[in-house]
Design a protein around this ligand. Sequence first.
Ligand SMILES: *Cc1c(COP(=O)(O)O)cnc(C)c1O
Length: 379
Amino acid sequence: MQAEGRDWKSVLAELRKIREEDARYDDGGILCSMCTSQHPLAKRAHQMFLNSNLGDSGIFPGSQRLEKEVVYKLAALLHCRTNAGFIVSGGTEANLLALLAARNMSNRDCPEVIVPESAHFSFTKICNMLKIKPVQASLNGSFRVDPSSLERYLNKNTIAIVGTAGTAELGAVDPIGKLSDIAQAHGVWLHVDAAFGGLVIPFLENAGGIDLRFDFELEGVNSITVDPHKMGMATIPAGGILFRDLACLEHIKTETPYLTDPCQYTFVGTRTGASVAATWAVFESLGKNGYKRIVKRCMKLTKHLSKSIESLGFELVTQPTLNILAFHCADSKLLQEKLRQRGWFVSRVPRLNCIRVVVMPHLKPRHVEAFLNDLGRVA
Ligand SMILES: *Cc1c(COP(=O)(O)O)cnc(C)c1O
């Protein structure tokens, strides 16, 4: 840090310049992200609540009420009867809190968690932090976890099983109904990672013949991650964690002596109320029908894009269930690089040697046409 401060104008000018280095969702080139341009009202609400700290919510009862209301709305959407949950920094923290609750409640010496091969990498971090041994269950031909593989790994050390409703790689939805039966039969915790799918699946018009049930209507589900900062179009950071039972909150509680709150349940201490207000505002503004329209548009574009990519001669990894698609190609690294040179950010799944495209709400039909044009050229 320099000794003397600078004038605001020059600082802002420099920031504006540096911001030019970042990509913008609205330009339509970002096809690799599970985040999107925030709803305009989310931005306004976020600004209004920059002052608020939910880590010391006795000073911010209004912000705390907004968090309760957002959790309540998410719980109602996902058929949860309790209001036990929090808006946290993201899917990673939400998954962390779920496994922390499961581990502390089961109190095993050598805890293990069974996660599908396709589970998000946050579980690797979490297992590392919580000293839980991750055990990988294999997938079937449509990239959903094979319930019998998962069941085979259950033993007395198992503290939880995990299913994903909308994998980050392919948007696949694990057979959560079957996992729920297994969880109930063995009395084991079932956590559903619906960070992405939790705000897509409830608004889908057509499940394409797949059983997409994933929420608390399934009796074996104990906790769900659902992130407003992805398909919810809220501002970052807004992850969500919901629990079926209020009682499990005791197991993730930390006392906070000198704050206005007697205790905290989240991992992050000082945490913003701004993105919570933003989430509240988007929920109010869009309502279920607003989200349905957005999901419908994304799914329509996804279908169009998959068909067109197939007619360019590529093979889809699998028919998309949600607004994520992936296709095989001879050299995915090279194709990614060539697309990058033309302004497109796509991601790769090295494990499957494929290119992955996430069709988020910021993508417009004209972006998709331009992308297809360039893909045809570079291929
Ligand atoms: C994005 C995502 C996460 C991680 O969420 P962050 O907000 O990046 O912490 C976890 N699981 C799934 C399925 C995701 O899509």
